[in-house]
Ligand binder design. Structure first.
Ligand SMILES: O=c1ccn([C@@H]2O[C@H](COP(=O)(O)OP(=O)(O)O[C@H]3O[C@H](CO)[C@@H](O)[C@H](O)[C@H]3O)[C@@H](O)[C@H]2O)c(=O)[nH]1
Ligand SMILES: [Mn+2]
Length: 410
């Protein structure tokens, strides 16, 4: 019997592949010891697949299953969700004994390997109808038998919402009442909507968030990075919080470090590797570099009006705090020469990433000196960050991040 365990995600388009990339990178950042699997449909471009192969242990091609259930999907006002039936193929991954499925629109904020202690089918309540579970994050056991049963169930009963969530909730129909141990805490599937509907609860418990889920029609890849928006005084607090998660998604999207770990240390203990300081990293080989560059050129990217690699935080000793070190870690994100610098907004005709412009030498030099100075502290703080003890969702941490970004961008 298979012993290995894996996190699994899915993309049937290049846009959702961007989401998968962030899911994979955020899992690696937090030192998961489990395998990473991306299921993609045959129409996903080669460039997207290559990018995913940099991060995931396996990129598995699966056929698209489509509900074509327009009536129900129209109720949900999401005609595109029929394709989420494809998710049901995750039960065929029988090379793994247990898996955790993560929607492509999720972002992992700390190590969540403890999810593998849960049994099939464990999931968090859906905020819209808490007696249903949300199918964006769930624990399952691959089994061809279960796969067939679910497909038969689907053929017979359809899906009450037109998507996979409707099917899975009627298939695992006793989830609401049978076994409370199969109810994942909401912090494993914190939906953006909950921030709006119950802000005081978010303020009380939000800093325990472990996985954010950008449920709904607007995904992070539809919006661009906007450090100002999160500080807009006219915005309600809930919108600010949402924007901050959105910005964090972009920071992860552009981070480079995980790619090197995957390439250099495939199948090694990533958490141990991540304790290595940036200065002692092996320089990425030319082939790695060109594959990453190719990915950046070929992947469709919305505009990112930000110079991420220049965002090295100059931390004067008086300013040193856990948050600023974490920020250093998040934003510096790896070898500077590899990260795209200035990303110009794509023109109407051209959706590809525009060639990076030259970096401001003096800014980079100052940044590097500061980075070297704080190396020792960075290691310790990085370790805490990797262990998920960073609490960067805490108010101060986030304010600090936004303040630093604003300072830089001014
Ligand atoms: O064109 C698509 C649409 C979806 N997906 C995948 O399917 C997942 C679910 O779609 P998503 O757009 O994330 O749906 P949600 O907005 O999260 O809506 C809810 O409803 C869906 C349909 O029931 C469930 O799959 C979700 O888990 C549930 O959160 C995505 O994350 C992707 O992994 C694709 O690959 N291509
Ligand atoms: Mn989703």
């Amino acid at each position: 019997m298979a012993e290995a365990q894996a996190f699994v995600t899915l993309a049937t388009t290049d846009a959702y592949s961007m989401g998968c990339l962030v899911v994979g990178k955020s899992l690696r950042r937090h030192g998961t010891s489990r395998k990473l699997v991306a299921m993609v449909s045959p129409n996903v471009s080669r460039a997207s697949r290559l990018a995913l192969e940099d991060v995931f242990d396996e990129v598995v091609v699966v056929d698209v299953l489509d509900s074509r259930d327009q009536t129900h999907l129209t109720w949900l006002r999401r005609p595109e969700l029929g394709v989420t039936f494809t998710k049901l193929h995750c039960w065929t991954l029988t090379q793994y004994s247990k898996c955790v499925f993560l929607d492509a629109d999720t972002l992992v904020l700390c190590n969540v390997d403890e999810l593998f202690e849960y049994e099939e089918l464990s999931a968090a309540p859906d905020p819209g109808w808490p007696d249903c579970f949300n199918s964006g994050v769930f624990v399952f056991r691959p089994s061809l038998n279960t796969h067939t049963q679910i497909l038969e169930h689907t053929a017979q009963h359809g899906s009450f919402d037109g998507g996979d969530q409707g099917i899975l909730n009627t298939f695992f129909s006793d989830w609401a009442v049978k076994d409370i141990r199969k109810h994942l805490p909401f912090v494993y599937n914190l939906t953006a909507g909950a921030i709006y509907t119950y802000l005081p609860a978010f303020q009380q418990y939000g800093h325990h968030a472990k996985i954010v889920h950008f449920l709904g029609g607007t995904k992070p890849w539809h919006l661009s990075y906007d450090p100002q928006a999160a500080n807009e005084s006219s915005l309600r607090d809930s919108s600010k919080n949402f924007q901050q998660f959105m910005n964090l998604w972009w920071v992860e999207y552009y981070s480079q470090r995980q790619l090197q770990f995957k390439k250099d240390d495939k199948n090694e203990d990533y958490s141990a590797q991540q304790l290595v300081s940036p200065q002692t990293h092996q320089t990425p080989s030319q082939s790695q570099k060109s594959s990453t560059e190719a990915h950046h050129k070929e992947m469709m990217m919305p505009s990112l009006p930000l110079t991420l690699d220049s965002l090295t935080i100059s931390s004067s000793s008086s300013e040193k705090s856990e948050e600023s070190n974490i920020l250093f870690d998040v934003l510096s994100g790896g070898e500077t020469e590899e990260t795209p610098t200035v990303v110009s907004p794509p023109s109407e005709q051209e959706s590809e990433l525009t060639e990076p412009e030259t970096t401001d030498d003096s800014a980079t030099a100052t940044g590097e000196a500061a980075a070297a100075e704080t190396e020792v502290d960075d290691l310790e703080h990085r370790r805490m960050w990797e262990e998920g003890r960073a609490d960067y969702m805490g108010k101060d941490a986030f304010n600090n991040i936004m303040r630093k970004l604003d300072l830089f961008l001014d």
